[in-house]
Design a protein around this ligand. Structure first.
Ligand SMILES: *[C@@H]1O[C@H](CO)[C@@H](O)[C@H](O)[C@H]1NC(C)=O
Ligand SMILES: *[C@@H]1O[C@H](CO)[C@@H](O)[C@H](O)[C@H]1NC(C)=O
Ligand SMILES: *[C@@H]1O[C@H](CO)[C@@H](O)[C@H](O)[C@H]1NC(C)=O
Ligand SMILES: *[C@@H]1O[C@H](CO)[C@@H](O)[C@H](O)[C@H]1NC(C)=O
Ligand SMILES: *[C@@H]1O[C@H](CO)[C@@H](O)[C@H](O)[C@H]1NC(C)=O
Ligand SMILES: *[C@@H]1O[C@H](CO)[C@@H](O)[C@H](O)[C@H]1NC(C)=O
Length: 315
């Protein structure tokens, strides 16, 4: 993608038009996807135009309804992911160096099978940028990694989740590996994700047999195998399938039918959220890690858009 068309795309994505709700969402999504490319094509940016990351405007959306194209100082952009391609003289001396992480040795998983997802997470959660881009890039990718990891861990067993103790060790290992690749190690705090997210929490269904008895898995997998980035946010197909599956395994569907007024029942929400984690774990077993990552990122992007763009557009 050329510099000019990239900027145009960014600008289009950031322009808050007066179109329909869905269109704005789509535009924002296009921007979101293109942002990944920006990081990749960092060198096309003229440093003299570079502004500080604080001016990204993500945290404090302008009230005028207009954004300038995002410009990132090359000094804060990670030059990942392929160290072999790097010139022998580092372009920017302040990059964290990769090192061999120290692992607990108690997490029986071959992390290299999901190395591409790990690399992507480390890049999206690159230290200084993590806090600023948290909700937009880092946290969606980090939660996707957690879900994919859960599927990987359980791949050869009949459990869909981890036991508490091993969840702690594996979570530590994940953070150590990410940190060794330059990610900010406070990502769990930043994204409100901890080892409990690997355990299925209060969800009553945690093993594959019970899951497959309760959920129409073929329609679930079908709905989420290829998530259409342009349609999913407007007409959620995979999200509905996940919510439906989570509702079923939560065992609360009857209650829901009888009593629509569930607001305030806090532990119901928790159970439903824990059960969603179990559904994601099941999907991760059924999809390749790259397909799962793409799908999960798209779902997060829809949620992020609702949470940020819409909040101030319609307030
Ligand atoms: C881990 O997975 C990688 C790639 O999938 C493979 O090359 C490697 O041999 C595996 N290591 C072990 C110890 O199984
Ligand atoms: C990691 O992110 C935190 C905010 O969550 C920030 O305060 C800290 O400076 C970052 N660490 C590095 C090394 O940039
Ligand atoms: C992690 O757990 C917290 C609290 O239980 C929940 O709010 C959050 O959505 C979970 N995140 C993921 C990625 O499962
Ligand atoms: C994880 O966070 C939740 C709240 O989000 C908390 O209830 C739980 O105790 C935490 N688990 C661990 C192992 O720290
Ligand atoms: C599962 O859903 C598919 C449609 O996606 C349907 O054809 C099939 O009959 C369903 N199976 C069960 C057991 O309900
Ligand atoms: C769920 O909430 C009810 C009150 O609404 C409470 O009595 C019960 O102990 C809670 N259960 C759990 C597991 O937190």
């Amino acid at each position: 993608m050329s510099n000019a068309s990239l900027l145009l795309l960014l600008k289009t994505g950031l322009y808050v038009t007066t179109g329909s709700l869905c269109c704005q969402l789509l535009l924002f999504f296009i921007w979101l996807s293109s942002f990944q490319d920006v990081v990749a094509v960092q060198t096309v940016f003229d440093p003299s135009h570079a502004s500080s990351v604080a001016e990204l405007g993500l945290a404090n959306p302008p009230t005028t309804g207009f954004f300038n194209p995002i410009e990132i100082s090359p000094a804060v952009i990670p030059n990942y992911p392929n160290p072999a391609d790097e010139p022998s003289q580092p372009m920017y001396p302040n990059f964290p160096t990769r090192y061999e992480p120290v692992l607990t040795g108690k997490c029986p998983v071959n992390f290299s099978t999901i190395s591409s997802v790990i690399e992507k997470t480390a890049t999206d959660c690159f230290q200084p940028l993590a806090a600023i881009l948290g909700n937009v890039m880092c946290c969606p990718q980090f939660s996707s990694l957690i879900r994919i990891f859960q599927g990987l861990y359980s791949f050869n067993s009949d459990k869909l989740v981890l036991q508490n103790s091993v969840a702690n060790d594996c979570f530590k290992d994940i953070i150590s590996i990410l940190a060794s690749r330059g990610a900010n190690s406070s990502v769990p705090t930043l994204c409100s994700i901890n080892s409990s997210n690997l355990t299925g929490g209060s969800c009553p269904v945690k093993d594959i047999n019970a899951f497959e008895k309760t959920v129409n898995t073929s329609s679930l997998v079908e709905a989420c195998t290829t998530v259409d980035p342009l349609k999913e946010c407007c007409r959620p197909i995979c999200q509905h399938a996940i919510a439906d599956a989570a509702l079923r395994i939560s065992g609360k569907q009857l209650m829901m039918n009888e009593n629509k007024n569930l607001v305030g029942e806090l532990n119901y929400t928790d159970t439903l959220s824990d059960c969603k984690g179990v559904v994601f774990s099941y999907l991760s077993r059924k999809l390749s890690s790259d397909a799962a990552n793409t799908a999960f990122r798209i779902l997060s992007a829809c949620k992020v858009n609702k949470g940020t763009v819409f909040k101030y557009l319609y307030n």
